[in-house]
Design a protein around this ligand. Sequence first.
Ligand SMILES: CC(C)(COP(=O)(O)OP(=O)(O)OC[C@H]1O[C@@H](n2cnc3c(N)ncnc32)[C@H](O)[C@@H]1OP(=O)(O)O)[C@@H](O)C(=O)NCCC(=O)NCCS
Length: 173
Amino acid sequence: MKTKSVPRRPADRATLARARGPHAPSDPVSIRRVRHGDLDQIIAIDATVTGLEKRNYWKSVYRRYGAAGPAERQFLVADAKGRVVGFIIGEVRDWEFGSAPCGWVFGIDVEPGSRLAGIGARLLEAICASFRSADVRKVRTMLARDNKLVLSFFRSQGMMAGPFIPLEMDLDA
Ligand SMILES: CC(C)(COP(=O)(O)OP(=O)(O)OC[C@H]1O[C@@H](n2cnc3c(N)ncnc32)[C@H](O)[C@@H]1OP(=O)(O)O)[C@@H](O)C(=O)NCCC(=O)NCCS
């Protein structure tokens, strides 16, 4: 009798990534904390993705989340033999919006030429590991409704719609 293959559930990916453990020294991509010398490459990746070069913004993000920051603030890069090919930024926030302490992912980018090779998943897994070590058990993010790529990515990693909704209004009306 032909057996039906069972589709892998999205949440299984995160479990598999954890189970893979540390990567071998021959692995061409490593995930590490950002360094000041990475900023130009990060600014260039962000400009490629968003079409805007925001040098002052990235300098300020580096000051807040950069190398010397506390464990609760994470700015990680994917380093392919000395070249930055992606990054992720996030932070543990306590009791905001009435929520118990949780990790927030604010930004993630992988340069277009390095996508679909598992780098985004490894960046997310690395930041989740640091959130776990900061003793939180939940990770959240926010994304534009029409950003199907980022939605597909986060869904594939096991993230689901949460209990909060964003609200906004124009201040110059
Ligand atoms: C989203 C993003 C980070 C994914 O990075 P990546 O390294 O390509 O992701 P991975 O290779 O780890 O992919 C993991 C899973 O995500 C999903 N995924 C990734 N790219 C996808 C695509 N183009 N279409 C559909 N699903 C996709 C897949 O399920 C994939 O698993 P699979 O390859 O086994 O099918 C990357 O595409 C990116 O930087 N996009 C732009 C991000 C952006 O707009 N940032 C600004 C707002 S924060």
